[in-house]
Design a protein around this ligand. Structure first.
Ligand code: G6P
Length: 612
């Protein structure tokens, strides 16, 4: 994780770096730091958030038109001032920021200690900056060459930027397995972990590939080479991102804004892909791979966190609509348990950020066995989007709140489109049902809009249950992944222990936890197992649990037994996820706010998990 940002040009670097760090803070917020070259090379860094760094730098010399900045999610070494980036080299002439892990840092450090290097921090990063300087001095080479040689000696993942007091007109950036984007302005360059710190200055970006090193200078010169010394011609992409998309737009938190954006983001996931009148679903990104899908004997879906929950919904959809067997796997488990993968398998990799290290590694594994890999990513140009054979972007727009909301519903929307298109091509859905589902899908954004009108009621429920110590979430069939997602949202941002369970499984354990103190959120919308879920609610009530039920509008049965009901618009069971998850997102949001938690940046978490 960690966010990195750098600037070289004619403007003052500090404000650009700080604004960039605020935007990258979703990647980690254990500490923050900047380095600037003015009359000297200065480093300001401290434990805590970017706002703490701002306080720390008041009354300090922050001038300089070249600089680097970092926001940290700690891996090696506890979050404190010393372990904060940037890190100095031994002579203090070089500074470096890093996102990733240098796996062989220990032997390198030992070797350098023997040669007299003295280290200040516990980080792997400090070893790399010492190594660069060591090479520069021992081999008498210039800085770009020293960086290149050093990177040939490290094992692990890195996105780095190096700054040198002796080369104040030069920035050097490189990456492997951690993302890095280069913004190309007029006689100025930006480097960042994603495009958000860059978008307001230039739309021209270069996505660095693994093992590439970019050297940029003040005169607007950009040179890219690989760590094996091959020159690369930079390919300049035009950013599609809009500035408004990464600002709060009047909402108290990004998470709330993103929950409210869902009618639009679900629509955007479908835009240009669904023609309800003609009964057509057209996913341009996977057009060439449709036949693979249609003839697949098996689909494997991989992802982590919320993306894995979306994958579970995908499993139900593909099995239901396309009659293809599906396995849903945590990417981190899949990659380490010697899975059986066939060339005929289609692997769908789901990732909001497109950078999750475990998902990337699982993709590489499946690819090496000859499987076809289809990506469902949100971040355009991200590593996963680029490494898959084909894919469909979710088009939810930037998601900044660490707890995923609109990305989940967008992922489910895209998976629904895929399952519908493939099921239809395989002749597994009746024409009537196919058309019904398409027009129902088209009505989902408006129905989500109606769910958002329940805001005040949900806020009230949050005030009743905000002090609970545990929560249970129950769902069945399509709403089981919703129960998992509801529980994950609550624990992520409010730190209340919560578990999601298939409603019927409650009898096999969690029922022992139920007493009058235990809120149980049950998703009891209309569907094939509705009656069974009603029985599960009775079982909870018999043990005096407090039931908050999400029901279909007009429900009269659950209303009589549950303590509270949240009525959501009726829809086909296969699409119910998209609607029933929204009140659960709002419930966790308000509970977290009422408990005084930092909703957008929950403790210990990061949005983009680029470490294994
Ligand atoms: C982190 C985030 C989650 C996200 C998960 C997978 O844990 O906090 O919100 O669901 O990573 O991330 P991805 O970007 O691959 O969807």
């Amino acid at each position: 994780m960690c966010g990195i940002v750098a600037y070289i040009g004619k403007k003052e670097a500090y404000p650009i770096l700080m604004k960039g760090l605020h935007r990258l803070e979703y990647r980690g917020y254990d500490s923050a730091g900047v380095a600037l070259i003015n009359s000297d090379l200065v480093v300001y860094k401290c434990k805590g958030k970017v706002s703490d760094l701002e306080k720390f730098t008041v009354n300090k010399n922050k001038t300089g038109t070249i600089g680097i900045g970092h926001t940290r999610w700690a891996t090696h070494g506890e979050p404190n001032d010393v372990n904060a980036h940037p890190h100095y080299s031994g002579s203090k002439n070089l500074v470096l920021i890093h996102n990733g892990i240098i796996e062989n840092y220990a032997p390198l450090k030992e070797e350098m200690i023997k040669r007299g290097h003295v280290f200040e921090s516990d980080t792997d990063t400090e070893v790399l900056v010492h190594l660069i300087e060591d090479i520069q001095q021992r081999e008498n080479v210039d800085l770009p060459e020293a960086v290149r040689i050093a990177l040939n000696n490290v094992i692990g993942a890195y996105a780095i930027v190096v700054l040198s007091k002796n080369d104040p007109d030069l920035l050097i950036a490189a990456k492997k397995s951690s993302p890095l984007v280069l913004g190309v302005g007029e006689e100025e360059f930006f480097v960042a972990s994603d495009a958000t710190p860059i978008v307001e200055y230039t739309k021209n970006v270069v996505y660095l590939e693994d093992e590439e090193i970019a050297v940029v200078n003040r005169k607007g010169k950009l040179q890219i080479k690989t760590i094996r010394n091959q020159e690369i011609t930079p390919y300049i992409h035009e950013l599609q991102m809009q500035l408004e998309a990464i600002e709060k737009g009047g909402f108290d938190h990004f998470m709330l804004k993103e929950i409210y954006e869902q009618p639009r983001s679900i629509r955007d996931s479908m835009r240009g892909r669904v023609h309800v009148d003609k009964g057509v679903v057209e996913l341009g990104g996977i057009r060439e791979y449709m036949q693979k899908f249609v003839s697949a004997n098996r689909i494997i879906i991989i992802g982590c966190g919320t993306s894995w929950h979306a994958g579970m919904v995908g499993e139900y959809l593909f099995e239901d609509l396309a009659r293809i067997p599906v396995e849903v796997e945590y990417a981190s488990e899949f990659r380490y348990r010697n899975p059986v993968i066939y060339e005929s398998d289609v692997v769908i990799a789901i990732s909001q950020s497109g950078e999750t290290a475990d998902t990337l590694a699982a993709i590489e594994l499946a690819k090496s066995k000859g499987a076809t890999i289809i990506g469902v990513c949100n971040v355009v140009g991200s590593s996963i989007a680029r490494t898959t054979h084909a894919g469909s972007y979710t088009h939810a727009g930037p998601e900044i709140g660490v707890a995923s909301t609109k990305a989940f519903t967008a992922q489910v929307t895209v998976l629904t489109l895929m399952a519908l298109a493939i099921g239809h091509k395989r002749g597994m859905i009746s024409e009537t049902h196919y058309h019904e589902l398409l027009s129902e899908l088209d009505s989902i954004p408006a129905k989500v809009e109606r769910v958002l009108k329940l805001n005040d009621q949900i806020k009230y429920l949050a005030s009743i249950f905000k002090d609970a110590r545990n929560f249970l979430y129950l769902g069945r069939s399509y709403t089981f992944p919703v129960a998992l997602e509801g529980a994950l949202k609550l624990k992520e941002i409010s730190y209340i222990h919560a578990e999601g369970y298939p409603a019927a499984e409650m009898k096999h354990g969690p029922i022992a936890l139920i007493d009058e103190e235990m809120p149980v959120v049950v998703i009891a919308t209309k569907g094939a197992s509705y009656e069974k879920v009603v029985s599960n609610i009775q079982e909870v009530k018999a043990r005096k649990g407090k039931v908050i039920a999400v029901v279909t509008e007009g429900d009269t049965i659950v209303r009589k037994i549950a303590d509270h009901v949240i009525e959501v618009p009726e829809t086909d069971e296969k699409l119910a996820t998209l609607i029933s998850v929204v009140p659960l997102q709002l419930l966790s949001y308000y509970i977290a706010v009422m408990r005084g938690c930092n909703v957008d940046q929950p403790r210990n978490l990061a949005k983009s998990v680029t470490v294994e």
